[in-house]
Design a protein around this ligand. Structure first.
Ligand SMILES: Cc1ncc(COP(=O)(O)O)c(C=O)c1O
Length: 486
């Protein structure tokens, strides 16, 4: 960090020295200045751009540090006004009821579920918002259509036809807040049409199951194998609809095989039911061209759900739902109070896609994620050789199978206390199942952080293995993280 004459005051105040990541060091320096009273309660901190200039670092470093201190309750940020110190050593023991609970200190994030938040296209998104604010006509500012603004529906239909092989037009597409919201709307419509039982993948993302049950439907877990959802097991349930991640199932990472796709569509016709396709992670396929959506096989039987949560940011809360024509009226009547996301955000997304910025962003993200995936796999092979990665061809996470005697739950806890966030496959299971594995997301971690993160993972596996005497079958050779990873 360079220090010039003009930034002398802040540089002296903050003393951003030491080792570690710059934004952590800056957060540490700010926290120290607040805690010892050098920055008083109510004082405004400089705008992130100005402080970044003063300190000679990127603006991202400052926004990350501010964000961390907002989460911890030291700073308060309000749109349109300065970020201010909201903590004082004098009044520190008064109740902190209004403060948001601090997030645990995470140094490295290998938890699945996030794209690269550092690479959010801030400038172009801001350009899109500015263009929309400048050009919105009165009609745009009128009471919103609950199915979404016509401009975004048209843009999405064209995008989904062109890039996902979907059968969509502006009438079949509606805008929603993401896959979870789209699924809840779909389930309410199915319920209104007399469908009471819906199959979900096992293992699977718990929020999808919650969306099904919150609409008053019964959820039936159906196992997933290396070809995706097991249709043989599906036919034995009373379900007339199924939620399926065809492009990259979460968390197993399997791609639904062509034969299973065809069978699923046949099943939907036979039971007079529907397939609900969660097009999760579909934009990121590394070893082949993206696989087209199943929805194109039978648009009368397949709902298609998509989101920008994995491509831009979940904070935008923007997604889409393509419905079979026969279900469009039920979608409206069964969701009488559902609103589409804010219209100006919808128009910003429409502009962002129309100007080619979404495609450009995805191309760059794909290149970055492929390289990061390769780096993660190489590092895992060297440091955690007892692990067997799977589901690596697409998406933003890998499944790391581990020996049966690994205590994955305690490994996740040990990693968390060392500052590494990751997930246990068991978190996505609703019943006891054989096979131990961790789910490692590589969307929201810097390339340079991967070696240190994997070293912490190796240590967590080692400490857990040493702490617990393992049980093993007599015929099974003892394999432990400690013996094979050094
Ligand atoms: C399987 C699956 N589908 C979809 C999503 C995206 O959901 P939403 O669009 O509601 O953010 C996620 C997010 O983690 C997910 O795990």
């Amino acid at each position: 960090m360079t220090v010039s004459q003009t930034n002398f005051a802040w540089a002296t105040l903050l003393e951003v020295g030491g080792r570690g990541r710059l934004h952590d060091r800056l957060a540490h320096a700010l926290r120290a200045a607040i805690r010892d009273g050098r920055l008083a309660e109510g004082a405004a901190v400089p705008p992130s751009r100005a402080l970044a200039e003063d300190l000679g670092c990127s603006r991202w470093v400052v926004t990350e540090a501010y964000g961390q201190l907002v989460a911890e309750g030291y700073l308060t940020a309000r749109v349109g006004s300065a970020t201010r110190v909201s903590w004082s050593p004098v009044t520190a023991d008064r109740p902190r009821a209004q403060r948001a609970p601090a997030r645990p200190a995470i140094r490295y994030d290998l938890a699945p579920g996030l794209p690269d938040l550092r690479a959010f296209p801030r400038r172009r998104w801001a350009d899109a918002v500015r263009a929309v604010i400048g050009s919105a006509v009165q009609y745009d500012l009128d009471i919103p259509d609950p199915a979404g603004h016509a401009a975004l529906r048209t843009t999405l239909a064209e995008y989904l036809r062109r890039s996902r092989g979907a059968d969509a037009d502006a009438t079949s597409v509606s805008v929603c807040a993401g896959v979870t919201d789209g699924l809840a709307r779909t389930c309410r419509a199915l319920h209104a049409e007399g469908i009471t039982d819906v199959a979900v993948e096992h293992p699977g993302w718990p929020r999808l199951r919650a969306a099904v049950t919150s609409a008053g439907l019964r959820a039936h877990p159906v196992p997933v194998d290396q070809d995706g959802l097991r249709v043989d097991d599906l036919v034995r349930t009373p379900a007339r609809a199924v939620v399926v991640g065809a492009a990259h199932q979460f968390p197993t990472g399997t791609v639904l095989s062509p034969a299973r796709r065809a069978r699923l569509v046949r099943w939907a016709r036979e039971v007079d039911g529907f397939v609900i396709e969660d097009d999760y992670d579909a934009e990121f396929r590394y070893d082949h061209h993206p696989v087209a959506v199943m929805q194109g096989l039978d648009p009368g039987r397949v709902f298609l759900l998509g989101t920008v949560s994995k491509t831009l940011s979940p904070a935008l809360g923007l997604g889409w739902l393509v419905a079979p024509p026969v279900m469009i009226p039920a979608l409206r009547t069964a969701n009488p109070v559902a609103a589409a996301p804010p219209v100006l955000d919808q128009l910003a997304l429409s502009t962002f896609i129309d100007r080619g910025w979404y495609d450009a962003h995805l191309r760059a993200a794909r290149r970055r994620f492929r390289a990061r995936r390769d780096l993660l796999l190489d590092t895992l092979a060297a440091e955690v050789p007892e692990g067997r990665p799977a589901g690596t061809a697409a998406g933003l996470h890998v499944l790391l199978h581990l020996p049966d005697d690994t205590d994955t739950r305690r490994t996740v806890q040990a990693a968390a206390s060392a500052g590494l966030r990751l997930a246990d496959l068991d978190d996505y299971r609703t019943e006891q199942s054989p096979g131990r594995a961790l789910v490692l997301g590589y969307g929201n971690i810097g390339d340079t952080e991967i070696p240190a993160a994997v070293a912490l993972l190796r240590e967590a596996l080692r400490s857990t293995a040493l702490a617990a005497p393992r049980t093993r079958r007599p015929d099974q050779p003892r394999r432990s993280a400690s013996s094979s990873s050094s």
